[in-house]
Design a protein around this ligand. Structure first.
Ligand code: OAD
Length: 248
């Protein structure tokens, strides 16, 4: 799966950006979004559960759903892909993880440099709108402002956290390899990250069991699961680090 030219690149690389999506947490038991049968959006309506309008209409329903997702994420364990990326981060000069996931599993695996493009499931933030008293009853409230709280995730039609994309794009411009792992590469602006790499002449490796919109443009499209392939990439690069250490 890892051909000679990729092996060579992995051994030379010291600065990586890894874009991750729901597929990286699939083997931790968290369903992806766009799988036709098991995907979250095959069974739930994103307009009800992942928009501000949906929250203002049915805040209790949205909170119940996020509470379940929180519990699922809290019970899940980081898998071999999360762990391998965390280990790589320790060895490389720079290894920035840019994730669309809100489950916090990269951090729980030990990764320190993580940009969360879509927020974090385990945090709350206050809404600025006022809800009618009967709708707001029993909802969690901000202790400082008294405003109703919502999950601190990015919903459809909302802005990404300030500076997150800018930081990701600048990191790509000085990187020597970009990985796109377990993402369908259709949701903007995250999907533009690997394309920005290609425009800047930075090689892109995709890891996904299925073909995506990115596959034909990527320099390598490795068809396999994240928990299987990411440790293989780190191991292939590792040969370089151990040889390097021996020669010092
Ligand atoms: P998707 O559900 O769109 O795509 C998941 C990708 O993971 C698919 O391409 C699968 O083929 C792949 N996949 C499945 N199992 C895998 C495995 N074991 N290893 C590697 N890849 C695997 O999820 P995202 O691309 O993350 O946004 O979706 C992006 C955003 O859309 C999410 O952050 C979420 C969603 O709506 C918001 O909620 C704002």
């Amino acid at each position: 799966m890892i051909d000679k030219s990729l092996q060579q690149l992995l051994r030379q690389t010291s600065n990586i950006v890894a874009l991750t999506g729901a597929g990286v947490s699939a083997e931790s038991g968290i369903p992806t979004f766009r799988d036709a049968q098991q995907g979250t959006w095959a069974n739930f309506d994103p307009m009800e559960l992942a928009t501000l309008e949906g929250f203002l209409r049915q805040p209790h329903k949205v909170w119940d759903w996020y509470q379940q997702r929180r519990e699922m994420a809290a019970k899940a364990q980081p898998n071999a892909a999360h762990l391998a990326l965390a280990e790589w981060q320790e060895q490389l000069e720079q290894c920035l993880i840019v994730t669309q996931n809100v489950d916090g599993l990269h951090q729980r695996a030990g990764s320190l440099h993580v940009i969360e493009l879509h927020g974090n499931l385990h945090r709350d933030r206050p809404i600025s709108q006022q809800l009618p008293a009967e709708k707001a009853a029993d909802l969690p409230r901000c202790p400082e402002t008294g405003n109703v709280l919502r999950p601190d995730v990015v919903w459809f039609g909302e802005m990404l956290p300030e500076g997150a994309m800018e930081q990701a794009l600048s990191a790509i411009e000085v990187s020597d390899l970009v990985l796109s792992i377990g993402t369908s590469a259709v949701v903007q602006p995250a999907a533009s990250i690997p394309l920005h790499a290609l425009e800047n002449g930075v090689p892109v490796v995709e890891i996904n069991p299925e073909a995506t919109e990115l596959s034909s443009a990527a320099d390598w499209s490795l068809r396999g699961s994240a928990a299987d392939v990411v440790p293989q990439l780190v191991a292939a690069a590792q040969l370089h680090y151990s040889r390097d250490r021996l020669s010092r």
